[in-house]
Design a protein around this ligand. Sequence first.
Ligand SMILES: [Zn+2]
Length: 296
Amino acid sequence: MCRDGSIRKIKFIENIHIFRCPICKTQMHIYDSKDIVCPKRHCFNIARKGYVNFLLKGISTDYDRALFDSRKIIYKTGFFDPMLELINDLIVERLGTNLNGANILDAGCGEGSHLGHVIGSLNARTGNILQGVGVDISKEGILSASKGYFGIIWCVADLANLPFMDRQFDVILNILSPANYGEFDRVLKDDGILTKVVPGSSYLGELRDIFYDGTEKEVYSNDEVIEHYSNNFNILDIQEIEYSKEIDQEELMHLINMTPLSWSVIDNKIERAIKADIKNISANFTIIVGQKRDRS
Ligand SMILES: [Zn+2]
């Protein structure tokens, strides 16, 4: 099927109907088994590593490779597993177990661990084959994702200009990442669901206590995020999950590296956190499930 024999490109070829040109907004097709092109010849190459960069210009982000490596290591400790399994419970509860061919978009997928887990676990649980599509504005994140999960379509793209046709996805995941509700509404099927995960008030509380000691950021509330969600989508369900995970010193370092909490924190507080002998860390997430307001 592919001239260079790359199995990683086949997923793009099989699913070419979902793609829309980010420049002229028209349907795209495959050219020469290696490019995605539109009728106006805007052309995006399928990289040998199995992803497509749809960005129109280079964008620098605060997310670097070290951050994604750390997040992958923390994922492998199982820190996120209970939250991800609850996402799967909520998907099955809403859409049933007949999910063959369902498309799941992870908007802001980073290095792809969450989407990889959700797809693998749902496939095993339902006996279906679901198609995962991960999008992130960070090329570093997508590069890392494409090395780890072959069956998933990975795209570097702007959440404000998703390279997909209207109504393509049964599920959109938006996990610990900013949303673009206008684009989510456009690419979600009318009977699809938007599953957004936001940190709960005790998420990484042990780090938050040290980093934000004495500042107004010490108390965190996700009320505003939930209100913003409800202004754009109809909320069907809100679930909160809270648990604690034992961690060692090395895992603590990776946890500090991967979290935006530490970016605005001065070095001596990071040092304090490392020396604080933290043995357990709190996980606390709020999962919001909703559907489109106007469904035809
Ligand atoms: Zn075009």
